[in-house]
Design a protein around this ligand. Structure first.
Ligand code: SF4
Length: 332
């Protein structure tokens, strides 16, 4: 049996040879204690792989939560779940407000801008909005959507409107902590895979309750559906939701998970995202960070035009630069 340092060395070699790491190696890397010296070696190896795979190019991602609305799907971690009674006064960004925000993000050098909605947002409306944005906001950015389920016909309309990517995922404990039938989520992933839209899919929302095997399986599903960007997003405990009492992951554990996705994805997903970002996760191989505005499923509060928790593009850029990355608005 390999010891952890040998395992890390082998994972790095596998990543650089262009292969996706096997499930057993992924779970073994996830077993390393996140506060250990071995975890630091794991982080260093992931950073070295990032320097080859993404060539030290970092990118910003901005999510705009369009509708602050109670959602009948009631996911156990989401503040927007109708049953939890957190959403009191519903609101929605207007077309003009959204366009202004997209312009601001483009000006700030954000590469990926995603329009995020609750599950049953009208997709014709979203497609119309995407077309309008692409018409009036020029620049080096890619526009995406994070919405409910849809089929090939809708995917084709999305691509025609100018949308370039979709954020979608089979979330951890889908069907247990959510009311979704996992096969419905997989069907949407299949639709995206078979369309011209790119898929972005993170392992999420990761909490202390998830096993290494669950995390490995979620990552491998993202790879199976050809995610161009993957990585890890932590569950934020929101008081009043059923999972609100479970503590959040430590910064070190999230950074470790992100480092493992970097090593495990290799060249298959050259861009690795962390949410919420930390300087440690960036030092351990993440080259994509997320800024958020609008309705946030991770917060008790309302829809705001300010950067969520003050994490704005300038802070993200500064963190990337101090870890040896250069920030680009355009993929090459
Ligand atoms: S995570 Fe999405 S589907 Fe689930 S309750 Fe929140 S908005 Fe609805």
């Amino acid at each position: 049996m390999l010891n952890n340092l040998e395992l890390i060395r082998r994972a790095k070699k596998t990543a650089l040879s262009g292969k996706i790491l096997d499930r057993e190696s992924i779970t073994s890397l996830l077993k390393i204690h996140p506060n250990s010296e071995e975890a630091e070696k794991l982080g260093e190896a992931a950073r070295e792989v990032a320097s080859v795979v993404c060539k030290n190019k970092a990118y910003l991602w901005a999510a705009i939560g369009l509708d602050y609305r109670a959602c009948p799907m009631n996911c156990n971690y989401c503040s927007l779940g109708e049953k939890w009674g957190i959403v009191k006064e519903e609101s929605e960004f207007s077309e003009d407000e959204t366009i202004r925000m997209v312009k601001k993000y483009v000006h700030e050098g954000v590469r990926w801008i995603v329009l995020r909605t609750t599950q049953f947002y009208n997709l014709d409306k979203l497609i119309h909005l995407a077309g309008k944005i692409k018409e009036v906001v020029p620049g080096e950015y890619e526009l995406g959507a994070n919405v409910g389920e849809f089929d090939e016909k809708v995917a084709a309309k999305m691509a025609n409107s100018g949308l370039e990517f979709i954020y979608h995922t089979l979330r951890l404990r889908e069907g247990i902590d959510t009311k979704f039938n996992p096969s419905d989520r997989l069907a949407t992933l299949e639709t995206v895979k078979n369309s011209s839209l790119k898929l972005v899919s993170l392992v999420e929302p990761i909490g202390v309750e998830h096993t290494n095997e669950e995390i490995a399986d979620a990552f491998l599903i993202a790879m199976r559906y050809k995610a161009a960007v993957t990585g890890g997003m932590a569950r934020v405990p929101v008081k009043g939701t059923p999972l609100g009492e479970f503590p959040a992951l430590s910064k070190e554990r999230l950074a470790q998970i992100v480092a493992v996705t970097r090593l495990a994805a290799g060249f298959s997903a050259p861009d690795i995202c962390v949410h919420q970002a930390s300087e440690l996760a960036i030092q351990w191989g993440a080259n994509v960070a997320v800024v958020e505005t609008g309705a946030i499923p991770r917060d008790m509060c309302c829809s705001s035009k300010e950067a969520w928790r003050g994490f704005d593009p300038d802070t993200a850029k500064q963190w990337f630069r101090s870890s040896g990355y250069q920030v680009f608005a355009k993929g090459e």
